[in-house]
Design a protein. Structure first.
Lengths: 525, 315
């Protein structure tokens, strides 16, 4: 009997020990402290150097540390003054002159001036610049039209472009245009991305790898001081774990709530915030060969797919039905007169009969996930079922995201008839210019993977890019949208509404159409 | 003994070289490349070429392999482009977090597993044996990530006893107690399967030993039953239990990938998953080589320990 007694006792001891250890935590598990906002992010940031990063996840931190010459006016995608108070554009659209705000200093104490602006752009664009090797700067091409940056006087800076380029202003408002402290770059070199210094309402606190990035209120901020003492950005890559952290009070705010988890937050201790953004989810159709070479078949696909059902059932209301290639978030450039293709399977069947394409077999590239792709597999199978209902036989091929891009970007010719795709942009120019023009076919270095070509659309887009008058640009884009909708090079499916959940202790929070996370005014009780 | 250890260490060199070739080739062959992963929607051929030049990926593959290998031999694992910091620093940070998790989990699994196995064997077909066997079978059958999620739901979301995820509290933590509170769930979830396997194998190892003549002799001589089990039988049984522990240590280490994801433990498993998705070649290669080297080393330690217990093995 003896040995068994001994082990039984030890088992009890072990069990009691574990129970005690567990209960140790109970009273200590406090909520996050007042004045400190803990944000659940979707991933560890790559770097806190705005010129070096490309992910929205990183931008969400950066826009609180840094400011650019311009910013998006709250609630819109129109540019407004930032570190530049005013600007002028030359008649021919190639010289931009900015008057800078006075008395602004970087977090390291050095002044913000025209020299600093020049340093920022030269570092990104000029391969001979002594700090160009702190890159790579993957989005530097946003400013590739800049031929020269000139210091006119301490608070005036001038950009000379090699040709008129209308999206220049909205690119300046994009996070790639955020201004970094030259002194800090010189001091830290390659490690600047972990020792950031900007002019924003928050300054850098600490970065504990894979645990948290902490930013603190900047006491010397030139504008309204921040509403919280500190913000902690926690990378929580697993969506279920992020939801559990939110439910248990471990974080105060989470972004990119999975649609299926939204119902968990429908009670009064949480607020769900939504905002439509510059996002389009669409199907690229191969207009060069196969059934979709016929416009009527492309239109039939637009009629056959029940976008309303995808948006409400698959995406649980986290998106709206798209009407054309430009999302409504670009209010000034959006053509309000266009209605989405209605769900009309009978009309689809008619068109297919006219085009003699009934029973066609189609190959459909679907991705498993990826930036802005929402829920691509369920969406893909819903689309497959809708097309089956009108007599199109669709075979799905599924790829992991980077592999998928490697298949789709070089063009669908000889491989597939349709492919899923999604874009988020900062200017109405970007997506159509890179993905709908004839000169943007894959062999020419663009993203027109379905080989759509309409000379009229080409002309409108080329003209809109060099027009400096915004009203004129808007007119051109609206005309382009009407043509493209009728030509149906894509199936226009959804515009995503970004969402976030906050606890009831968070006040003054709004999401921006730019999908950036501005936390300056947020208060945390 | 010294010669044996030296022999084993030398035999590890070709294994490690083979691993560098395999991981390098796999990363070179999988579809999708770093430039596309960095640029996403903006991956025009021109932009891709520029990024490839910046990352040194425009050189021929053989040359890239030898540059990488040569740098690694001098201790330079390169710089991770997705995290913008030296690969080796990142691996050390991450690996120490994994060691804490996997180490605690492994010790837990070994102690509980051997204990359960010994009790089962000592009371074969008794109530304790049946209860333990039943529990162990359930433990082996439940996937650990599922168990982890259920634990989070119960202990963190509903009861609020333990934190959901992470290694330390964001504010006011950082001490040993804080670490233990964060460790309880992931370490237990990770230990469950290994505990079960160790318990099953310890039980059969013990039963085999308990049937031996010298045990009967010891009992006949009137040796205290506790000494028979813990002294005479255990020592022999350990010879067959230790290699099981060695294999389970490997499983615990690889199982930590899922657990680290569920509990957001900042360990090397989660690092590798992220790095593969982002096509961070140097980080994946360096990480795999490092983990493989540790695994090879650990196996040598196990073999040496075994040969110390049973001198017949050393040949």
């Amino acid at each position: 009997m003896k040995p068994i007694e001994w082990t039984r006792r030890s088992l009890f001891a072990a069990a009691a020990g574990m129970a005690m250890a567990a209960s140790l935590g109970a009273p200590a598990l406090a909520q996050t402290p007042p004045g400190v906002l803990v944000v659940g992010q979707i991933a560890e940031p790559k770097s806190l150097d705005p010129a070096a990063v490309t992910a929205v996840n990183d931008f969400r931190i950066l826009v609180n540390l840094y400011e650019g010459l311009l910013q998006y006016a709250p609630g819109t995608l129109e540019v407004a003054p930032g570190l530049a108070e005013s600007w002028e554009v030359s008649e021919d659209g190639t010289v931009y002159t900015f008057k800078l705000r006075e008395g602004v200093t970087f977090h390291d104490g050095t002044p913000f001036n025209a020299e600093a602006v020049k340093f920022n752009f030269d570092r990104m664009l000029n391969e001979d610049h002594p700090y160009h090797d702190t890159g790579p700067f993957p989005l530097a091409f946003f400013f590739s039209a800049v031929e020269e940056t000139t210091v006119v006087d301490d608070l005036t800076v001038q950009f000379t472009l090699n040709e008129p380029y209308a999206p220049f202003l909205s690119n300046l408002a994009y996070p790639t245009g955020l201004m970094v402290s030259p002194a800090a770059v010189e001091a830290h070199g390659d490690d600047f991305g972990r020792n950031p210094s900007g002019t924003g309402p928050f300054r850098f606190g600490e970065w504990r790898s894979n645990e948290a990035v902490v930013v603190e209120k900047n006491p010397d901020y030139w504008g309204e001081p921040a509403g919280t003492d500190a913000v902690v950005f926690r990378p929580i890559t697993d969506a279920n774990t992020r939801v559990a952290e939110m439910l248990s009070g471990g974080i105060d705010m989470m972004v990119e709530v999975p649609p299926t988890a939204l119902s968990e937050f429908r009670d009064e201790s949480f607020n769900v915030v939504e905002q439509a953004g510059p996002h389009v989810w669409f199907l690229i159709l191969n207009a060069k060969e196969g059934p979709f070479a016929d416009k009527r078949v492309r239109q039939a696909a637009n009629y056959a797919i029940n976008k309303e059902a995808i948006v409400t059932d698959v995406l649980e209301g986290t998106a709206e039905v798209a009407a054309g290639p430009i999302p409504p978030a670009f209010a000034w450039a959006y053509n309000e007169d266009l209605d989405p293709y209605p769900y009309d399977p009978d009309r689809a069947r008619e068109l297919l009969a006219e085009a003699d394409a009934e029973g066609a077999e189609l190959t459909f590239y679907v991705t498993e996930g990826g930036s802005g792709m929402l829920d691509p597999i369920p969406m893909g199978t819903a689309i497959q079922a809708d097309l089956k209902a009108v007599g199109l036989d669709v075979n799905i091929e599924t790829y992991e995201w980077n592999t998928f891009l490697g298949e789709v970007n070089p063009g669908l010719e000889g491989k597939a008839d349709m492919a899923e795709m999604a874009w988020m942009t900062n200017d109405p120019d970007t997506l159509p210019f890179l993905a709908l023009r004839t000169d943007a076919w894959p062999d020419a270095g663009g993203f027109n993977s379905g080989y759509y070509s309409n000379p009229e659309v080409d002309k409108l887009l080329e003209e809109a890019r060099v027009a400096t008058d915004q009203d004129r640009r808007a007119e051109l884009y609206k005309e382009m949208q009407a043509i493209v909708q009728d030509d149906a090079p894509w199936v226009f499916v959804a515009n995503w509404k970004q969402n976030a959940v906050t606890s009831d202790k968070v006040e003054n929070f709004d999401l921006e159409p730019s999908f950036l996370l501005l936390l300056q005014d947020v208060v945390k009780n | 003994m010294g010669a044996y250890i030296l022999k084993r260490l030398l035999s590890a060199i070709p294994v490690l070289l083979g691993i560098t070739v395999i991981v390098f080739l796999i990363m070179a062959m999988i579809p999708g490349d770093p430039a596309t992963a960095i640029l996403g929607s903006y991956a025009t051929p021109e932009n891709v070429a520029k990024i490839n030049r910046d990352l040194g990926l425009d050189k021929p593959i053989v040359q890239r392999y030898f540059i990488w290998l040569g740098n690694m031999l001098t201790g330079d694992f390169g710089r991770s482009f997705s995290l913008n910091r030296p690969v080796f620093d990142e691996i050390l940070d991450r690996f120490s977090a994994t060691l804490v998790l996997a180490g605690v989990s492994f010790v837990l699994a070994s102690l509980l597993g051997i204990l359960a196995g010994v009790v089962s064997a000592a009371r074969q077909y008794g109530l304790a044996d049946k209860l333990i066997t039943f529990t162990v079978i359930i433990g082996i059958s439940v996937p650990s990530f599922f168990l982890g999620m259920m634990m989070i739901l119960l202990f963190a979301v509903n009861l609020r006893w333990l934190p959901v995820s992470g290694m330390y509290a964001i504010y006011g933590g950082g001490d040993m107690l804080d670490l233990i509170r964060h460790l309880i769930m992931p370490a237990s979830a990770l230990a469950v399967v290994a505990t079960g396997v160790i318990a099953r194998l310890s039980r059969s190892a013990m039963l085999e030993v308990l049937r031996q003549d010298y045990i009967r002799t010891a009992r006949a001589k009137g040796v205290d039953e506790r000494r028979v089990i813990m002294g005479h039988a255990m020592r022999s049984a350990m010879v067959s239990i230790i290699p099981v522990l060695g294999i389970q240590a490997g499983f615990v280490l690889s199982g930590s990938v899922y657990i680290e994801l569920v509990f957001q433990w900042p360990g090397v498993g989660r690092m590798l998953v992220d790095a593969i998705l982002k096509r961070d070649l140097l980080l994946v290669q360096g990480g795999v080589v490092f983990v493989a080297a540790c695994y090879v080393f650990f196996n040598i330690v196990v073999d040496v320990a075994q040969s110390l217990l049973d001198p017949r093995i050393k040949t």
